[in-house]
Design a protein around this ligand. Sequence first.
Ligand code: ADP
Length: 542
Amino acid sequence: MKAGLMQSTPLSISSILDFAERAHGRREIVSRLIDEPLWRYDYAGLSRRTRQLAQALRRLGVDAGGAVSSLAWNTHRHLELLYAVPGLGAVLHTANPRLHDDQIVYTLNHADSTVLLFDRNLLPLVERIAPRLTQVRTYVMLSDAERHAAGSVGALCYETLLAGESGDLAWPRFDENTGAVLCYTSGTTGDPKGVLYSHRAVVLHAMAESLASAFGFNAFDVVMPCSSLYHATAWGLPYATLICGAKFVLPGDRMDAASLHELIVSEGVTFTGGVPTIWTGYLDWLHRNGATPGNLKRLTIGGSAVPRVMAETFQSRYGVQVLQIWGMTETCPLGVVATPTPSLAARGEEAMWDTIWTRQGRLQFGLELRCVDEEGNEVPRDGSSSGALQVRGPWVVQRYYRRDEDAADSHGWFDTGDVATLDEEGFLRITDRKKDVIKSGGEWISSIDLENAAAGCPGVKVAGVIGVPHPKWDERPVLIIEAHPDAKLTRESVLEFMTPQIAKWWLPEEVVFSTVPLTATGKVDKKALRERYKGLRLDSAG
Ligand code: ADP
C-alpha cells in the first residue's frame, strides 16, 4: 500500500472555537443564568473568555493530563468550560447534579478532578459533599463578583479569575485521541461507568451531526439545547452549533414550559431538543395558553421513545417537525436521526410520517449498527426481526474509564442493552431495553409500544409500563399513569383507547393512577416503579 500524502492535522476541540471566531465571530450567544441578568456575547467573545479561562485554570495547576469537574447548568460559563479544559489537553468531567450524593461523590473521585467549578445554586450540594472529595483542591463558583459566596469550601470567583487574565494564549497541539470530556452513565445498576470522549470522537460526531441527513444547521438557525450540557454534552450541540455558525441560546436551569417559551419566542429559536418529558409539558402549556412556538421549526427528541402523538401534534398543530434520535452516553451520544428520505416520500405523506414517527431514526454515516440473536448471529434487516442492538464506530466507547477490560468485543461491537429491529432502508426501531422487556407466556411484550399507545390517550401526562410476576403467564404488563391535573381518566377509558392499537394479549393487566418517578436524566424510572409495585398480586384468571 502507498501512504497518502495529505496532512494529518489532529482533530481538536480548540480548532472548532478558533474556526467559529474567524468564520462567524459576530454570531450571538445568549445565556440565562441563575440570578444574573440575561448574558449576551458572540463567538469572538466566547473565544477570548475561553482563552482567559484556560490561563486561569493553568494558574490553578490544571494542564495537559489534568482533570476538572463541573456541576453546572446550561449557561455560557459551562460552555466555556467545554472548550477551555479540553483545549488545554485536560479532561472535563461534567458531573450530573441530579444524581444521588453518593454517585456524585463517586464520579468526582473516580475522575481524579483537582478543581470543581459549580453554579451558585449548587453551593449547598457542594458544601455537603466536599468532605468526601479526595482529590479536589480548589472550588470555583460560576458567578460574578457581586453575587459570589465562598461558602465553607472557600470557593474562588469565576469572573474574578477571568478578569485577571489577558486571553493571550495559543492552544497547544496534541494527539487527536487525547481524552477531552468524561461523562458517566447514570448507573442504574452498579457504580456509574465513565465514558471518556476523545477530541477525535467529539469532532467527528459534531461534523456528522451537522449533516443535512441529521440536524443540518445553517448559519440562520437559532439553536437552544434543553438536554443538559452535563449529560453527554447536550448531544454534542455545543460543538455542532459552532461549526455551523448558528446563534446559540442557553436556557440555564429552567426547563419549565413558560421559561422555555419565553426564550423560544424572544430569541427566535428555530431548533431545540430534549427528553420527551420536557415537551409533554410544553405541548400542554401551549394548548392551555393558546400560544404558538414562535419561529420554532424543528425539535429533536430522544433519551426515551417519542410518543407518536407528540410528534404528530407538534407537526399538525404548530408546523414543528420532530426529529427523533436514539443514542446513549457510550455513543457520544448520537446514534441515529429520524429524517425523511425520497423513497419514503414516494409512498405519500401519510405513509412517510407513519414510518418516521414509529422509528427512532435512520443510520448516519460513521456508525455501524446491527441486531444479533442469542447466538450472536445478525438477524435480517427486514424491519421485523428483532435482536440485541450492537454498534461500532469512531465515536463508540472501546473501554470504560479506569476499567481493565474492553466494553466492546474484539471486532469493536458494543452491546447497547437495547432490543431493536433494523429495516432495509436503515431505519432503527427500539422495542425495549433488554431489562425492561416483559416476558408473558413465552412471548415478549414491548413496554415502549404500550407506553406509546397509552401516551396518546387525552389526559395522560406520563405513562410507564413494567412487568409484574404473574402465576400463570410468568409476567404481565402493569401500566402506571400520571394524568394531567384536570383529566378524567378511568382504567376502562384508557384500556378502551389502547385496544385498537395493540394485540389483545398485550393489554395491561392493571392500570394504576399515580405519580411516575423520573431518573436523573429524565426517563421513566422503571427500577423505582418495579420496587414500588413488587408486592402487587396479579391473579391467574387473566
Ligand atoms: P442514562 O441511562 O444514563 O440516561 P443514556 O442517556 O446513555 O443513559 O441512555 C441511553 C439509553 O436510552 C438507550 O440505550 C436507550 O435505551 C434509551 N433511549 C435513548 N433514546 C431513545 C429513543 N429515542 N427511544 C427509545 N429509547 C431511547
